[in-house]
Design a protein around this ligand. Sequence first.
Ligand SMILES: Cc1cc2nc3c(=O)[nH]c(=O)nc-3n(C[C@H](O)[C@H](O)[C@H](O)COP(=O)(O)OP(=O)(O)OC[C@H]3O[C@@H](n4cnc5c(N)ncnc54)[C@H](O)[C@@H]3O)c2cc1C
Ligand code: FES
Length: 570
Amino acid sequence: MMMPGMDDMMGRRPPKPFYPSLMDFPTMSAEERKSFEAKAQVRFSAGLAEVAAAEDELRHAHAAKDAAAAERAARRLRDGLNDVSSGAAALRAFAEGKPGPQIARDWFRQQMNLPPDAVHPPSSGLFGLDWIHLAAMAALATVSLLLMVAYGVRTRRAAALADRLVRASATAGATPATAKVESVPTPAAAPVTVPTVPTTRPEAAKLWKGQLRVAAIFTETPNVRTYRFREIGGGPIPFSFCPGQFMTLSADIGGKLIRRSYTIASSAAQTSYVETTIKREDAGVFSEHMHRDVSEGDILDVMAPSGAFTFTGAESDSVVLIGGGVGITPLMAAVRYLCDIAWPGEIFLVYGARTTEDFIFRDELEHLQRRHAKLHVVASMVRATGTSWMGPEGPITKALLADTVPDIASRRVHLCGPPGMMAAIRAILSDLGVPAASIKTEAFGPARGAVPPPGQTLVVELADKALADQPVRPAEPIAAIGPATATIRFAVSNKTAPLAPDQTVLEAAESIGVPIDYACRVGTCGTCKTKLVEGKVTMEIDEALSPEEKSDNIILACQAKSIGNLVVQA
Ligand SMILES: Cc1cc2nc3c(=O)[nH]c(=O)nc-3n(C[C@H](O)[C@H](O)[C@H](O)COP(=O)(O)OP(=O)(O)OC[C@H]3O[C@@H](n4cnc5c(N)ncnc54)[C@H](O)[C@@H]3O)c2cc1C
Ligand code: FES
């Protein structure tokens, strides 16, 4: 007896299975019918024998508690039943006198759980198909085509999104496996991806624009408050950021749209909310608005994140954070984050405040210091006389830094505070041998073009006179608007304006209503990038521009000034 499959191995064609072979016999002679009936009978009997044998095997397997054998027997039983069922069906069909192809079709339909064959009139349509079939096929083809087009579009959009995320993560280093930093026009459409913990420097992370709700307001000192923002629907914050980055808030104040940048002082590991800590400046348009008009539950327009004054722990194995006044906010963002991730490096925070009353985050820093052995906080009060302050007094000095930060010359330093203090500390750090490349700084402003009426000369006072009273070079006037000597043409808007020597391209654009987007107005975020078509400009700060952008004549409109005529692409 031949083993199953031997036909194939010997090169002979295997016999056609029973039911498909019936399709070849639309009409059957009595002899052919007999032969098929015999085959059906054989199939039926073989199936029956198989069922009996499988039943036996099943019983033995059960007695021997052999699960694998029971499985094999069950399979055999199923096959046997199949043969019994198909054999019986064929025998019945032959008994009813059905033609071969119909017996086969009925069998297949039964196997596929389809209703029995309906009797159709002879086709009158194309290719022997009736018009109903043709119409159904055409409809199906159209739907398939539409689905394919939709799939193509979705695939392209997904690829573009993935590309953007890859580029954002490459530049932002925000490891956005789950990160989503994307423009969202309305809160309803806001993606709620959980921001992930950033790891490296983020200069060019794309801005998220949308609205956040003020969930809570905390008083830190008599003139400093913290604003906690949440996603309007209560979900996670819809952007990720690095410690030290800032967000830009905007509001209609007195009929004018005003924007100001504020550091995200909360930890980048916190995904439920972001916090900014805002000092109320004397005659400060936005900070006064925040302190006076904004309450819990209010919704604000927000752009975030921006800025490259970041420290994530990946940049060096220890860090020295030096700050004064409200300049503590980006440093606090780093402290909070590094403590949250239990960063193993040494963290030195050296902070200068006017009085103990003005010591922002004092309680929290004391608490964190107790919990994190690697966090060393040193604070100095400019005026401590008459208070219970037991720590250092006066401005931050060379001796204080040398005593409290061992081997400071070999460490990375982040510095943020009033301009006078920053200049003083830079000089001290240089004396202590800290290379300029190891010192990262951020100045808080004020934002250029924020308040001064056109034509007025402005000499900005230091935000904190007490801290500024240090032996340092004096604060420089930052905006002196004189008579116009040149013109600037905005090529896209086709408008021309006079350009005073100390006026920025952004200010000139605003004076005649040419729209140029901006956020920080201090040259760090890059939102105001514009192409220079003709002329030459100087920029006090251009850190938001890459070398390629500079060689491609991209300028920061908030920084660019000129004494010659200009043409810009805006
Ligand atoms: C990257 C970045 C991060 C920042 N983070 C923070 C933060 O975390 N917390 C914080 O509190 N601030 C922060 N700031 C500063 C903040 O953006 C604002 O500059 C600040 O709040 C003052 O804005 P304002 O509208 O209240 O004041 P403005 O109206 O812009 O005035 C600023 C100051 O200059 C003075 N001034 C303005 N115009 C004149 C004039 N014509 N004559 C005389 N004096 C004038 C005002 O008295 C005021 O004190 C940050 C700034 C930047 C760039
Ligand atoms: S507005 Fe931020 S760089 Fe000009």
